[in-house]
Design a protein. Structure first.
Lengths: 130, 113
C-alpha cells in the first residue's frame, strides 16, 4: 500500500466550470428549478380558478407584467432544454433490443421528437390556438 | 437487503421528466400567449372552469402539477449535491416535503372547483 496516495483536488462548488460537458450537464440539471417553478405557478393558477371569476381574471391580467412575461420566456427556454436533453438520453435510459441487435439510438430519439411534435400540436389545437 | 425508497422517488422522477418533456413546452406557450395578451380559448374563465369541473380535467391537472413537482424535487436534491451542498438528509427532507405539500394542495384546490 502506498504511504502517500495521490488525491486529485476537486473544488466542491466550482468543478463544473472546468469543461464544457460538465457545464452542459449542470445546465441540464438546473432545468429542474424552472420545471418546479412552473408547477408552483400552475398550482397558484388552480387556486385562483377555485376562488372564482374575479380572482382568476386578475391572475390572468397579472401575467402580462414585464416580470410575468420574462418568467414565461425564461421558463420556456429552460424547459425546452429539459425536453431535448431528456429525449436525447432515451436510447441510454431504455435501449430497445431486436433479436441480437439493438435498435439504433437515432430511431428511438427520432420517435420521441415526432411524438413531442404531435403532442404539442394537439395541445395547442385543443386549447384553441389555431 | 436494506430497504430503500430510491425506486419510488426515481420512478416519480422519471415519469415526471417524461411527462414534462412532452407537455410543459406547449403549456408554457399557452400561458406565454396569455401573458402577451392573446388568451387562448381554453384559458378563458368559463372554459377553464368547465375543464376543471370535469373529473378527467381534474385528473389531467393533478397529474401534471404533482409529477412536475416530484421530478423537480428529486433532481434538485441531486443538483444541490453537485453544487457542493452535502447535507443530503436535510435537503432530501426539504425538497420531498415541498413536493408532498404541493401534491396535497393540488388535490384540495381541485376538489374546491
Amino acid at each position: 500500500m502506498s504511504r502517500k496516495p495521490y488525491v486529485r483536488e476537486v473544488p466542491k462548488t466550482t468543478w463544473y466550470f472546468r469543461q464544457g460537458r460538465y457545464m452542459r450537464y449542470m445546465g441540464r440539471e438546473v432545468t429542474c428549478i424552472f420545471v418546479g417553478a412552473y408547477a408552483l405557478f400552475l398550482l397558484v393558477a388552480i387556486k385562483r380558478l377555485s376562488e372564482g371569476r374575479a380572482a382568476y381574471e386578475a391572475f390572468l391580467e397579472g401575467l402580462s407584467s414585464p416580470a410575468g412575461i420574462l418568467f414565461q420566456v425564461v421558463t420556456l427556454i429552460f424547459v425546452l432544454y429539459h425536453a431535448t436533453s431528456w429525449f436525447n438520453l432515451t436510447p441510454k435510459a431504455m435501449p430497445v433490443q431486436r433479436g441480437e441487435q439493438f435498435l439504433p439510438g437515432g430511431v428511438i430519439v427520432g420517435a420521441h421528437y415526432a411524438g413531442w411534435v404531435v403532442v404539442s400540436l394537439v395541445v395547442l389545437f385543443l386549447a384553441g390556438v389555431f | 437487503m436494506a430497504k430503500s425508497n430510491k425506486p419510488i422517488v426515481w420512478g416519480l422522477f422519471a415519469a415526471g421528466g417524461t411527462l414534462t418533456a412532452f407537455f410543459l413546452p406547449a403549456l408554457i406557450v399557452l400561458t406565454l400567449l396569455a401573458a402577451l395578451g392573446y388568451v387562448p380559448d381554453l384559458l378563458a374563465y368559463e372554459n377553464m372552469r368547465a375543464f376543471a369541473e370535469h373529473w378527467f380535467g381534474k385528473l389531467v391537472l393533478f397529474v401534471i402539477v404533482s409529477l412536475s413537482l416530484w421530478h423537480a424535487a428529486h433532481r434538485l436534491r441531486i443538483t444541490l449535491h453537485d453544487f457542493g451542498f452535502r447535507s443530503d438528509t436535510l435537503i432530501a427532507s426539504a425538497v420531498y416535503l415541498v413536493a408532498a405539500l404541493g401534491t396535497i394542495a393540488a388535490i384540495v384546490y381541485l376538489l374546491r372547483i
